[in-house]
Design a protein around this ligand. Structure first.
Ligand code: ADP
Ligand code: ZN
Ligand code: ZN
Length: 760
C-alpha cells in the first residue's frame, strides 16, 4: 500500500539495497519486520557479542531516535552495505513467532493489500506482553467479602448497603480469582471507584503479584455433555470424524437456531482438548456473549480466555502470554484473536460465520472468517463454520465441494420453529408518532395476557433517527459527516453514529431560530419504549441497546432478568438477535423489517434475511410455540416472502442466481478504493490521478470515482472506486500495480478494501 511512512528506513536500511560485502558479516545481517506500515522488513547487524537470533524471535532495534520491537523475519539478507547497518540491541526472552503464524501474516497482508508490518502489529498488539512481567497490583475477594457475598442478609459493610454494582464486583472476583482493578471493573460493568470502595471497606484485598498470574484453570474435556439427540449425535459423529482427521478441512455446521449447534461443536472442542491442542472460537461481538461464556463454563468447568476490545490492557497482556506459552487452552475472541501466537492450535470454530461484524473495516481491512480459513489451511488444521443462515460465500463453497456440510435440521426437543407472518404496513393507518400496527398491538396483548414475553426488534439506537425543524425544514446534521444527528433522550443529546460527535438538543432551530419547532422523525428504540408504555402501561419493559448497557455483565444481568421473567417486553437493536435463549418469549415483533434493504449494499437482501431470521429465532425456543410478525412496506419483496414461507434454500438460490448474473461475489471479485483528504479538491485530484492510471485489462472493470455515499466522514472528503473482476483475475496484483503508479501527497489517504462489505 502506498504510504508516505513507507520510506522512513533511515536507520535500518530498506531490504534489497544493492552492494556486496564479505561473507562473515553477511551471516550477521538479519531482517526485522517492525509492527509498522513500512514497505517491508529492515536490515540490521547482530553485534558480535550477541548470538544470531532464530527466525521469529522478538528483538529490540534502533529506529530513528527511539527503539522498537520487531520480529526476525527469516530469509537471507541480500547484498547489503554492512557498514551502514545499525546494530540490533537485544533479543527478548519471548517464545519466537511460529513459522505458520509468520506465513499467515505474510499471506494475510498480501491478500488484503496491507503492509506485512501492519498485520504483524495485530499479532503483537500488546507490546509489554513481550517483556518479562513486572510486579503488579491485583485485587481479590477477601474473606470478609466472601462472607458478605454468601450471606445476603448480613450484606452490609461499613460503607453502607451492598449495592448491585458492588455485589457484581464481588461475584466477579469470586468466579475469576485475582485480577487487575480495571479488569474487575470491566467484567462487573462498573467504574473502578466501586472496586476501590470495596478495597477501602476490606471486602476486597489488594495483592502484589511478581510474575505471570497463575495459569487459568484448564477446561475439563472429559466431563459429560448433555445426552445428544439422534440428529445431534449423527452431526457430532460426522463433525468429529472431520475434526479428528489430520490436516486442513473446512466443515460447515448448518442448523436452525436452537438445534444444538453449540452443543455439537462443544464435542469437537472436547476432542481437540483431549488431543492436547489449543482451540480458538471466534464469535461476533464477543462482549455481548455472556450466555455463551456461561454455557462454556457449565460444560467445561472453566472460563475460556477472552480476547476482544473490552478486555483491559492487563487482561490482554495476560491472555497473550497465556496463549504464547500454551497455558491458555481455549480462547474465545473477536476477529483480532486470529492473530494470537498459538503454539499448538488444533481447531478453529467460527460461530455465526455469516455475521457482518467479522469484516474489519478500520486500519487493515480483512474478513476474519476468510482469514480464519487461511490460518487453518496454513496450520494444517480443521476449521468449523457455524450458522443457521450461512453466508452465500459459504453456501457456494459447499456447492463447489470445497467445504463439507453437516446439517442439524430440527430444533432440539419439542420446540418447533416459529411461525412468521408479514404485516402489510401500506394498509395501516398509524397516528403520527406511532409505529406499531393494530395486528402487532393485538398480538402483544394476547401474549402478555397469556403470561408470556414479547421481543420488539428495531435496529435503531436512540429516540429518533432524524430531527427536523417544522418551521423551515432544516435537518440537524453532523458538522463533520454526511449524516443526520440521532437524538438520544436518555442523556438528552444528539449524537452522530459515525464519528461520535455529541451536542445537546438546541432550544431553537439553528437555521431559522424558531423555538419549539424541532420535531423527531421516525422511531428509535427509545421512542418505541414510550409507545409501549402508553399502550401497555402494566407491562414491565426493558431496553437492550449497547449504549445503555454498561458492559458485558450488565447485558448478562438483563438477559438473566428476562429469563427470570422480571420483564414482559424487551425492546432492542441487533444485540438482542444473538444467542439469547428466553424460554417464555413467544412473540417477536419486527417494527421495521425493511430497514436494512435500502442503500447500495450487494449483500443487503442476504443480510436482512440473516438478521431477521436470527431475531425470529428468539421466539418459542421451548415448549410454547413462537410467532413472529414482520412489519413491512414491501411484502412482495423476495426476502420477506422467503422469511414468511421459511424457504431459505429457495431464497439463497435466487440470490445466487442474481449475483451470478451480475458477476458479483462469490462469482466475481470486488475491491473498493477509498480516497480521502481534508480538502475536497485534494480528494478529487488524487481520484482523477487514479482514474487516469486505472487498469485496462480483460475481465476487469473500474467504476468511479464517485463521491462516497458518506461523502464526508470525520471531516474528511471521500471518493470511491469499485473494481470488479472475474474470478480468474489476480485482483491483488492488478491493484498493487495500479496504486503503485499514483503518488499520494499531503493529507490524502488511500484505503483499499478487498471484498468490501460496506459501500458507504
Ligand atoms: P444452536 O446453537 O443451534 O442455536 P443450542 O446448542 O444453543 O442451539 O441449543 C439450543 C438450546 O437447547 C440450548 O438451551 C441447549 O442447552 C439446549 N440443548 C440443545 N441440545 C441439547 C441436548 N442434547 N440436551 C439438552 N439440551 C440441549
Ligand atoms: Zn427552522
Ligand atoms: Zn459525524
Amino acid at each position: 500500500m502506498p504510504d508516505s511512512r513507507a520510506n522512513c528506513a533511515r536507520d535500518g536500511v530498506p531490504a534489497q539495497a544493492p552492494r556486496p560485502t564479505d561473507a562473515a558479516d553477511v551471516a550477521r545481517v538479519v531482517r526485522v519486520l517492525l509492527p509498522l506500515p513500512l514497505a517491508g522488513p529492515l536490515d540490521y547487524l547482530v553485534p558480535d557479542e550477541l548470538a544470531v537470533p532464530e527466525a521469529g524471535s522478538f528483538v529490540r532495534v534502533p529506529l530513528g531516535s527511539r527503539r522498537a520491537i520487531g520480529v526476525i523475519w527469516g530469509g537471507v539478507a541480500p547484498d547489503v552495505p554492512v557498514d551502514r547497518l545499525k546494530p540490533l540491541v537485544e533479543s527478548l526472552p519471548t517464545p519466537p513467532l511460529e513459522p505458520a503464524l509468520r506465513a499467515f501474516i505474510e499471506r494475510a497482508a498480501a491478500y488484503n493489500l496491507a503492509p506485512a508490518g501492519a498485520v504483524l502489529r495485530m499479532a503483537m498488539s500488546v507490546e509489554d506482553a513481550l517483556l518479562p512481567p513486572r510486579p503488579r497490583r491485583l485485587c481479590a475477594i477477601s474473606a470478609a467479602g466472601a462472607a458478605v457475598l454468601h450471606n445476603p442478609d448480613g450484606g452490609t459493610s461499613g460503607d453502607g448497603k451492598l449495592t448491585a454494582a458492588r455485589r457484581r464486583v464481588l461475584e466477579t472476583l469470586h468466579e475469576q480469582g485475582a485480577c487487575a482493578v480495571t479488569e474487575a471493573s470491566r467484567l462487573a460493568g462498573c467504574g473502578v471507584g466501586v472496586v476501590r470502595t470495596l478495597i477501602g471497606a476490606g471486602l476486597v484485598d489488594e495483592v502484589l503479584l511478581a510474575g505471570d498470574p497463575p495459569a487459568p484453570p484448564l477446561p475439563r474435556w472429559d466431563t459429560e455433555g448433555p445426552a445428544l439427540s439422534r440428529d445431534q449425535q449423527n452431526a457430532a459423529d460426522r463433525l468429529l470424524a472431520r475434526t479428528q482427521a489430520d490436516g486442513f478441512s473446512v466443515t460447515v455446521l448448518d442448523g436452525v437456531t436452537g438445534s444444538g449447534k453449540t452443543e455439537t461443536y462443544f464435542a469437537a472442542i472436547a476432542s481437540a482438548l483431549a488431543a492436547e491442542r489449543q482451540v480458538l472460537v471466534l464469535l461476533p461481538e464477543i462482549a455481548l456473549s455472556a450466555q455463551w461464556l456461561h454455557r462454556f463454563r457449565r460444560r467445561f468447568g472453566a472460563t475460556p480466555v477472552e480476547w476482544h476490545s473490552d478486555v483491559s490492557h492487563a487482561g490482554r497482556r495476560d491472555a497473550w502470554r497465556g496463549v504464547a506459552s500454551g497455558r491458555a487452552r481455549v480462547v474465545v475472541g473477536a476477529r483480532s484473536a486470529l492473530f494470537l501466537p498459538f503454539p499448538e492450535l488444533g481447531l478453529i470454530i467460527v460461530d455465526e460465520e455469516h455475521d457482518p461484524s467479522f469484516k474489519q473495516e478500520d486500519g487493515v481491512s480483512y474478513q476474519a472468517r476468510d482469514m480464519a480459513v487461511l490460518r487453518a489451511s496454513i496450520a494444517g488444521i480443521p476449521i468449523v463454520l457455524v450458522s443457521a443462515t450461512p453466508s452465500l460465500e459459504t453456501v457456494i463453497n459447499v456447492a463447489r465441494g470445497r467445504y463439507a456440510r453437516v446439517a442439524l435440521p430440527r430444533r432440539h426437543a419439542e420446540a418447533a420453529l416459529p411461525e412468521i407472518s408479514l404485516v402489510d404496513m401500506r394498509r395501516e393507518r398509524l397516528e403520527s408518532g406511532r409505529f406499531l400496527s393494530a395486528r402487532l398491538v393485538e398480538a402483544v396483548s394476547t401474549t402478555l395476557a397469556a403470561g408470556e414475553q414479547v421481543l420488539l426488534f428495531l435496529n435503531r439506537r436512540g429516540y429518533a433517527p432524524l430531527t427536523l425543524c417544522r418551521a423551515c425544514g432544516f435537518r440537524l446534521q453532523c458538522p463533520s459527516c454526511t449524516a443526520w444527528l440521532v437524538e438520544h433522550r436518555f442523556n438528552g443529546r444528539l449524537m452522530c453514529h459515525h464519528c461520535g460527535y455529541q451536542a445537546p438538543l438546541p432550544a431553537l432551530c439553528p437555521e431559522c431560530l424558531a423555538s419549539g419547532s424541532l420535531v423527531p422523525c421516525g422511531p428509535g428504540v427509545e421512542r418505541l419504549k414510550e409507545e409501549v408504555a402508553v399502550r401497555f402501561p402494566a407491562a414491565r419493559t426493558a431496553l437492550m441497546v449497547s449504549d445503555l448497557l454498561a458492559g458485558p455483565r450488565a447485558a448478562a444481568e438483563l438477559a438473566d432478568a428476562m429469563v427470570a421473567h422480571r420483564y414482559d417486553v424487551l425492546i432492542g437493536t441487533q444485540i438482542v438477535a444473538k444467542g439469547h435463549h428466553f424460554p417464555m418469549l413467544t412473540l417477536v415483533g419486527v417494527v421495521d423489517a425493511d430497514l436494512g434493504l435500502s442503500g447500495g449494499d450487494l449483500r443487503a437482501a442476504e443480510r436482512t434475511y440473516q438478521l431477521l431470521h436470527q431475531v425470529a429465532g428468539r421466539a418459542g425456543r421451548e415448549q410454547r410455540p413462537g410467532h413472529v410478525l414482520l412489519q413491512t412496506y414491501m411484502p412482495e419483496q423476495p426476502v420477506m416472502r422467503a422469511l414468511a414461507s421459511g424457504d431459505r434454500d429457495g431464497f439463497l438460490e435466487a440470490e445466487a442466481a442474481s449475483r451470478r448474473t451480475a458477476a458479483l461475489p462469490p462469482f466475481g471479485r470486488l475491491a473498493a478504493l477509498i480516497v480521502s483528504a481534508n480538502e475536497p479538491e485534494a480528494a478529487d485530484f488524487t481520484a482523477q490521478a487514479l482514474a487516469r492510471a486505472a487498469p485496462q485489462l480483460p475481465g476487469v472493470s473500474v467504476l468511479g470515482p464517485a463521491p462516497a455515499p458518506l461523502a464526508i466522514l470525520r471531516g474528511r472528503h471521500r471518493r470511491r472506486f469499485l473494481v470488479k473482476a472475474e474470478r480468474s483475475v489476480n485482483l491483488q496484483a492488478v491493484l498493487r500495480d495500479w496504486v503503485s503508479r499514483v503518488k499520494l501527497s499531503g493529507s490524502t489517504r488511500l484505503q483499499i478494501d478487498v471484498d468490501p462489505y460496506s459501500f458507504l
